[in-house]
Write a protein that binds this ligand. Structure first.
Ligand code: TYM
Length: 329
């Protein structure tokens, strides 16, 4: 089993990233060979400034270490492993315009101004396919929002293998967290919790202090009804459902057992309990993060070591892909 996943280095890591992806990454370190990376090249497709990008890469790397990624995994930043970009160019010949045109992230991010959107935003999923295929990954732990990009990576792998008559790329399986496939915004139960939401109140950042966490939960959107005794009964109450989902994921319990515990109570009682739970889970991560941020150079050095190991693993696959298409390497 070869596990690969990445995270785009714009802004801060939040509870959605933690529950949807990072916690799975930490757990998988004992199950297979793991490579986790900071997708700094992908970040270039957003409006990040050079200073923000540089800071975010180190801060996110430190956050992953604080969350429990350690030497069992290979941690690095994407731009330091040129094989990602080199394979991406080759795969641009395989991916079809029609496939990319159907990507919902492209449609959402480009909006109505497609002519003015960057080419990088359009070909973003091809680089993501290269990130995965360059390691011949078999499993990719991600949140539900990345499912379509994973399907594209599988299509690219299949077409490349067929077109060039090779069995180079295994088809990567997405591993989508059951407990937290899609954590929603604290302000709007129909929007996912996201780094790019302009409102900081919409998300809990892993760097937030205890009071900020508690206040964001207290002020989160909910409703005036009491909690029912069945989780399924929350289907039409998106904000309530999201808060219960967050509680269950943080406590590593089934959502049904959480609603049974709070049945008949309102959010006046539920929110303080959720705030206490969130603080108890997140405070140790934040404290470790703050210590790690005291020595940014050490985090940078760790990324450099990871990049060397990653490049060594990527090199034979890149070479095989170059040879398959007839490049003289
Ligand atoms: P990114 O940086 O948006 O998110 C990182 C991971 O967090 C998950 N996630 C969520 N899960 C549950 N609820 C949410 N609200 C939520 N928000 C984010 C994402 O699904 C993801 O797993 N394109 C990718 C980065 C990437 C990548 C890759 C991932 C680049 N190359 C190769 C896997 C394999 C992205 O922007 O994720």
């Amino acid at each position: 089993m070869r596990v690969v996943s990445g995270i785009q280095t714009t802004g801060n890591l939040h509870l959605g990233n933690y529950l949807g992806a990072i916690r799975q990454w930490v757990a998988m370190q004992d199950e297979g060979e793991c490579l986790f990376f900071l997708a700094d090249l992908h970040a270039l497709t957003s409006n990040v400034t050079p200073q923000e990008l540089a800071n975010s890469t180190i801060e996110m790397a430190a956050t992953l270490l604080a969350a429990g990624i350690d030497d069992r995994a290979i941690l690095f930043n994407q731009s330091r492993v040129p094989a990602h970009s080199e394979l991406c160019w080759i795969l641009q010949g395989t991916a079809r315009m029609g496939w990319l045109n159907r990507m919902t992230q492209w449609k959402d991010k480009a909006g109505k101004n497609r002519e003015g959107a960057s080419v990088g935003l359009f070909t973003y999923p091809v680089l993501q396919a290269a990130d995965i295929l360059v390691y011949q990954a078999t499993h990719v732990p991600v949140g539900e929002d990345q499912k379509q990009h994973l399907e594209l990576a599988r299509d690219v792998a299949t077409k490349f293998n067929t077109d060039f008559g090779v069995e180079l790329f295994p088809l990567p399986e997405p591993l989508i967290s059951k407990a937290a496939p899609r954590i929603m915004s604290l302000r709007d139960g129909s929007a996912k919790m996201s780094k790019s939401d302009p409102s900081d109140m919409s998300r809990i950042n892993l760097i937030d202090d205890d009071d900020t966490i508690a206040s964001k939960i207290r002020k989160s959107k909910s409703d005036a009804d009491l909690l029912p005794d069945s989780f399924d009964a929350l289907a039409e109450r998106p904000e309530a459902k999201n808060l219960v989902t967050i509680y269950a994921a943080l406590a590593e319990r089934e959502p049904q057992s959480v609603v049974e515990e709070f049945a008949g109570q309102g959010f006046g009682a539920f929110k303080p309990a959720l705030a206490d739970l969130a603080v108890s889970v997140l405070a140790p991560v934040r404290d470790r993060l703050q210590r790690l941020l005291g020595d940014r150079a050490a985090v940078g050095a760790q990324l450099a070591r990871g990049a060397e190991r990653a490049q060594a693993l990527a090199a034979p696959t890149l070479k095989a892909a170059q040879q398959a298409v007839g490049l003289q390497v």
